[in-house]
Design a protein around this ligand. Structure first.
Ligand SMILES: Cc1cc2nc3c(=O)[nH]c(=O)nc-3n(C[C@H](O)[C@H](O)[C@H](O)COP(=O)(O)O)c2cc1C
Length: 344
């Protein structure tokens, strides 16, 4: 679904509507607890966009260093690039361009593609921005096709991040670490209260996680999806939204987990991780794949350390993603564009 609408004035100059379209794409990115910790500012010459982290939307008990916040903003940056490609514009990206403005995460400059530069691969991801949702539902036991695995790994590599598809033994080890971290989080009053504060069970909201997007918990306790409501599942029950007790269901026998690993563990690596996560997730979405993040073990220093695969050498695990085929997730709300986009 590429858009033929042309930019106005000088080549690469965007109209307010086009900025709004880019911002809506950026805002559709995944973020920790749907916190949407970003702000977008149109460049003075209307040929670029500045992307800021919004520390007022930090999830600070769970993410004290802002690592997940930067991963989230990185995912938004990738969406901006894809949306620009769908407008026929190439993007020149600078990450963390200004040491004096620590909240400035990225500067994107837009221009018509140079001869021989192709935007098709990025533009083809554009429809998936709207279709992509976290699916916390049980998946089927169907494997992710080998060829798609290769393409997903290449997509992460494109952003300088290593995507590893875990084999059975590694999967079981990572599931055990995630279960351990999930238990620890449940016992941590500050984190537990913070997580619950992002659940939106009733009122219409523009952020956080709505009831419809919460999946069941695994009846057999093999797949440790995050319990956002702080309750154990009702065994064999349907759950009860009034008491926040989640339902339970049978999950896939052995989930397909993937890890995103970077060589360094700084802001730039976190932003790149977000870009890789979103590129992989959009490409998967194009191919009918569903995904949800299992982030708990990354949130505690010791379980995070153990997530490293001893076989593959040094590196920092940034994200654990569960991939598979199954029902789509429900959409989660987004803040209005007028709140996040500043045109002057
Ligand atoms: C850094 C990061 C960590 C996340 N951790 C989890 C998690 O542990 N469990 C989960 O179900 N979803 C997790 N998510 C997914 C977000 O909850 C989700 O992206 C957000 O609620 C918006 O929903 P959407 O992905 O359907 O657009 C994470 C997302 C990011 C970017």
């Amino acid at each position: 679904m590429t858009d033929d609408s042309r930019t106005t004035d000088a080549p690469g100059t965007l109209t307010p509507d086009q900025f709004a379209r880019l911002a809506a794409a950026g805002a559709a990115a995944p973020s920790l607890h749907n916190s949407q910790p970003w702000r977008f500012l149109a460049a003075d010459d209307r040929k670029g966009m500045l992307v800021f982290a919004d520390p007022s939307r930090a999830v600070s008990a769970t993410d004290p260093t802002g690592r997940a916040l930067h991963v989230s903003v990185g995912a938004a940056v990738l969406n901006l690039r894809v949306a620009a490609a769908a407008l026929g514009l190439a993007t020149c990206l600078r990450l963390l361009p200004d040491g004096a403005r620590p909240d400035l995460v990225a500067e994107l400059r837009f221009a018509p593609p140079t001869p021989g530069e192709h935007l098709t691969a990025d533009a083809e991801l554009y429809p998936a921005i709207e279709q992509r949702h976290s699916s916390r539902q049980p998946f089927t036991n169907r494997d992710v096709p080998e060829r798609l695995v290769g393409d997903l790994m290449a997509a992460a590599d494109h952003e300088g991040v290593v995507l590893a598809m875990l084999e059975e033994a590694e999967t079981r080890r990572v599931l055990a670490l995630t279960t351990d971290a999930e238990r620890r989080t449940a016992a941590d009053l500050a984190r537990e209260a913070e997580t619950r504060s992002w659940v939106r069970l009733e009122a219409p909201a523009t952020d956080g996680i709505p009831a419809a997007a919460l999946g069941p918990l695994d009846r057999d306790a093999r797949v440790p999806v995050r319990s956002f409501t702080g309750h154990a599942p009702q065994a064999f029950g349907r759950g009860d939204p009034r008491t926040n007790v989640p339902s339970s269901a049978r999950f896939e026998a052995l989930p397909q987990l993937a890890t995103f690993t970077t060589a360094h563990d700084d802001r730039s690596a976190w932003v790149r991780t977000g870009m890789a996560l979103e590129r992989v997730w959009l490409l998967g979405t194009v191919h009918g794949l569903r995904a949800s993040v299992l982030h708990q073990a990354v949130e505690w220093p010791d379980t995070r350390w153990q997530l490293r695969d001893p076989e593959t050498g040094p590196g920092y695990v940034q994200i654990v993603l569960r991939l598979g085929f199954g029902p789509p997730g429900a959409a989660s709300p987004r803040r209005p564009v007028a709140e996040i986009l500043h045109l002057d």
